[in-house]
Write a protein that binds this ligand. Sequence first.
Ligand code: PMV
Length: 397
Amino acid sequence: MKSVTCTAPVNIAVVKYWGKRDENLVLPLNSSVSVTLSQDQLRAKTTICACEHFTENKIWLNGREDTFESPRIQNLLKEVKNRAKQQGDGGKILDWKIHICSENNFPTAAGLASSAAGYACLAFTLARLYRLEGDISDIARRGSGSACRSVHGGFVVWDKGDKDDGTDSISRQIAPHTHWPDLHVLILVVSDKKKHIGSSEGMQTTVRSSELMLERVRQVPKRVDLISNAILSKDFDSFATHTMKESNQLHAVCLDTYPPISYLTDVSRQVITLVHAYNKYCGQNKVAYTFDAGPNACLYLLEENVAMVTALIKYLFPPEDVSEHFVTGLPVDEAKVPEDFISTLNLPIQQGAIKYMIHTVPGDGPQVLTDNDECLLNENGDPNYLVPEKRKIDCVS
Ligand code: PMV
């Protein structure tokens, strides 16, 4: 039996990927830019075992058995094996069945971008198992587009590429996470039970129906340049302006989709109003928001502003249960909200509208874990941990 365990990070785009030019190869209509987040707060962890005695391929996700036949997994696995065969180094293990066990260190129900970390981790772990050489971002891309960027740490560009076979649609690091040490991230997890339209379906409808999308695709290359330059020169003001404009454009394109898609909620819009009001009060950009295919806000800000922005969020969205940990991740100092700012802010206080916040920083790319204790599968290739199945009576009631 051969076993490999790896971890991979979440990334949050500042120039968004939205729309494919090839559904099968997962080729995007535009390039995108992202920041990889620290795995201390948000990461996927995957163990893969290959054994000549396994009788079938199996997968467990977050403690539950799942289907191995998903087209994304099949697509990704096929590409890894093809490449291993081309490189001629896979050996007989390529014919063995595999068991995959994967889990996140954050609640999947929180609606955070878990697919990027999950598929990047799957691609990276398979690549280690079959001893693949070279770039694997195009393999991760087959699972989920945004996973293409999670195979690198720091600041990452996914070039859309022009070739029909997708060989030039790969990601590259433009700066390591250590490049901008005082850039911090606050993720605001919005309490929201609504089921959102998945990104794949949303993108397809946008590409089919939105004329604004054509204009967006024309504009994105300029924005990729502007944001990349802002990152390289650590120009927070410019980084914030373009990050917010970009998020707004993505959600404008979603509204221009027919039928329209609205991922933002009243709470998201309140966060947007707060950020612009605070930046105006300070006379320059202190904080930037960005939203993916859901209502959760991701705020980028410099370390010196974390305490104040957290205090403002707590003031506007006080937690329902004060005993709960509202701010998770890195510690945050206390700060007093400025009275003169609050008095001009015409926003209602909405208790419990934000479930919790995660304080984190940019981080490194995928890692191999060599300690046996980290392995998620036991010596028989079964998971060490499974979520207890609900009793039948629960399902009936
Ligand atoms: O990777 P997918 O198919 O889940 O799409 C991700 C889309 C966005 O999160 C909205 C944007 C992005 O670039 O991550």
